[in-house]
Design a protein around this ligand. Structure first.
Ligand SMILES: Nc1ncnc2c1ncn2[C@@H]1O[C@H](COP(=O)(O)OP(=O)(O)OP(=O)(O)O)[C@@H](O)[C@H]1O
Ligand SMILES: [Mg+2]
Length: 256
């Protein structure tokens, strides 16, 4: 991690990304650009390759072909991965139950001895306050609700002063009100620190509520990219099917 004088969001470019597992081609040539400070949502059905794509961005998977660039520099080069600060908010939250919420949030700084303990305390309190969790600092993750866990995971991502935050399904398992709170946190961070946000989600309300632009992924390909309204009105059948999916009981009133 370099010094945190540069807080601005970075740009992200993904070019021709391909990935197969055995005979299954999961990513079939993914291309998109995210602008600095933008909230870019990749929306698509379960199994379309969203998490696999995110894993490439944080180096957990290596592509069969293609390239990922941050501010125009390939992340395959060690220099680039050192130079920019990326944080990931995992679908599960990935908090350690043996530690308090405060210790979880400060873990990266403590483990790498990046700051003196008193300063880490201050940073942790500030980040928890930023996500409305100041009171939960001494609780353990198991004592938090699902929505609080997601916000704690966001606070943990914030300690490195990220220039790009990646979110994997930030609203999954949340009730609609908690989902709105998490969406608002993502929006606030964009406004307050100008971070670039890449969100993968199958939550239609979240995508249309917070995205500057949406890319729709279907079976390993991006089939449309644009501002929310443009994606909503796209003629692509996979998008229309996804957006119209609703529970429709055969008869709603007959049996009352
Ligand atoms: N390590 C792996 N080995 C083999 N297949 C994998 C691996 N990781 C993912 N896959 C497969 O890749 C496909 C896409 O998975 P992925 O987790 O990216 O879906 P997703 O779009 O994130 O779905 P969801 O919305 O349910 O989270 C799935 O068919 C999955 O089984
Ligand atoms: Mg996933």
């Amino acid at each position: 991690m370099n010094d945190s004088s540069n807080h601005e969001g970075v740009s992200l470019q993904v070019r021709g990304l391909r990935k197969s597992f055995d005979s299954q081609e999961v990513l079939k040539g993914i291309d998109f650009d995210v602008k600095p400070g933008e909230i870019f949502v990749i929306m698509g059905p379960s199994g379309s390759g969203k998490s696999v794509l995110l894993k490439h961005l944080i180096g957990l998977e290596a592509p069969d072909a293609g390239e990922i660039l941050i501010n125009g520099e390939s992340i395959q080069s060690a220099d680039t991965s050192e130079k920019y600060r990326l944080a990931m908010v995992f679908q599960s939250g990935a908090l350690l139950n043996s530690l308090t919420v405060g210790e979880n949030v400060g873990l990266y700084l403590t483990e790498h001895r990046l700051k003196p303990p008193a300063e880490i305390q201050k940073i942790v309190s500030q980040k928890l306050q930023d996500v409305g969790l100041a009171d939960a600092i001494n609780k353990t993750p198991s004592e938090l609700s699902g929505g609080m866990k997601k916000r704690a995971a966001i606070a943990r991502a914030l300690v490195i002063e990220p220039q790009l935050i990646l979110y994997d399904e930030p609203t999954s398992e949340l009730d609609p009100l908690s989902a709105v709170v998490v969406g608002e946190e993502i929006l606030k961070l964009k406004e307050r620190i100008g971070v670039t946000s890449l969100v993968v989600s199958h939550d239609r309300d979240l995508a249309f509520g917070i995205a500057d632009r949406i890319a729709f992924i279907s079976e390993g390909r991006i089939v449309a990219v644009g501002v929310p309204d443009a994606v909503k009105h796209s003629g692509d059948p996979a998008i229309q099917k996804f957006l119209r999916a609703d529970f429709k009981p055969e008869s709603q009133t007959k049996h009352i």
